[in-house]
Design a protein around this ligand. Structure first.
Ligand SMILES: [Zn+2]
Length: 299
């Protein structure tokens, strides 16, 4: 089992740089393409004649892909990235937005070793993404991916593109980690989601207090797997109640007014104790696949 590296949050003089990591790779996670991301729209892909700093470059309306890979792989990355952007905007924001003003850069590193060295992330990271905010708007987005990652197209790419869709949706604040990772994992194949959901009940003695979970950054100890599993479970539980866009509104209001107020307003819970009671009943009964994992995203 790989472990998610610690997050990096750097305050730059020119803006806010946020770096997110993909979730740890579940043991035995599926390698098939996700049915959710079979491209359904025509995407213009332009392979530029000139390279940049040793990279070949391809562009779509919202992504610029730097690579040394086959045209077939680059086209797959381009199509899935554009499709995921549309799907995740529709799911979480309730509408498909216009093209981003600045394309999201995607760097396709040939191997994990190349990726870890170039992106400056800990070994065994599956992928990573970052964005900057300037004057209240997203000024840049970028994703780094290793091409020898077996779940690249089905899981890691959709996960990282989801982080990029969520970037900037919460003002100039970083997306809260639990919500950011929970929503990103829900872009991965159902089998991966179910793996996380089952893990909660298996680690019931290591779970975080929910109030702590929603306010914490990545844990810096062995509990990172539990953090991911519990985040996925809590996001899936809340989405199952009122839909995905309402969940995003809850997080926005929670950041502004406090989660206690937002819980009452959006879900009718008096406090975290009430939430914990209902969530625990749901979360600790996940040894078999739960239908809500397939229904996520339905408003
Ligand atoms: Zn992530």
């Amino acid at each position: 089992m790989t472990r998610c590296p610690a997050s990096i949050l750097l305050l730059l003089t020119s803006g806010l740089l946020v770096v997110g990591e993909a979730s740890p790779a579940p043991a035995g996670s599926p390698r098939r393409a996700s049915r959710h991301y079979a491209p359904r729209v025509a995407v213009p892909i332009r392979h530029l004649p000139d390279g940049v700093n040793g990279w070949s470059v391809a562009e779509t309306p919202n992504f610029r892909i730097y690579h040394q890979q086959s045209t077939r792989l680059v086209d797959d990355v381009a199509l899935i990235a554009e499709q995921t952007r549309v799907d995740m905007q529709d799911r979480w924001l309730g509408r498909v937005q216009g093209n981003w003003e600045q394309r999201c850069d995607i760097y396709l590193h040939a191997t994990g070793r190349d990726y870890w060295r170039s992106a400056g992330v800990p070994a065994l990271a599956r992928g990573s993404s970052r964005f900057t905010i300037r004057d209240g708007a997203v000024a840049s987005r970028s994703i780094d991916l290793p091409c020898d990652q077996p779940n690249l197209l089905a899981a890691v790419l959709p996960h990282e593109v989801t982080h990029m869709v969520l970037a900037g949706q919460f003002g100039d604040r970083p997306v809260p980690r639990w919500a950011d990772e929970g929503m990103a994992v829900l872009a991965e194949p159902d089998e991966v989601v179910e793996h996380h959901l089952r893990k909660v009940s298996r680690h019931r003695d290591e779970l975080f207090n929910l109030r702590l979970l929603v306010e914490m950054d990545y844990p810096k100890n062995r509990s990172v797997d539990v953090f991911y599993a519990q985040s996925v479970s809590l996001v899936n539980f809340l989405v199952g109640q009122r839909g995905a866009p309402e969940f995003v509104r809850f997080v926005k209001d929670g950041l502004r007014d406090g989660y206690g107020v937002a819980l009452r307003q959006h879900y009718g819970y008096r406090d975290f104790h009430d939430l914990d009671h209902d969530w625990a009943r749901y979360a600790l009964d996940q040894e078999s696949p739960h239908p809500e994992s397939a229904a996520v995203g339905t408003p």
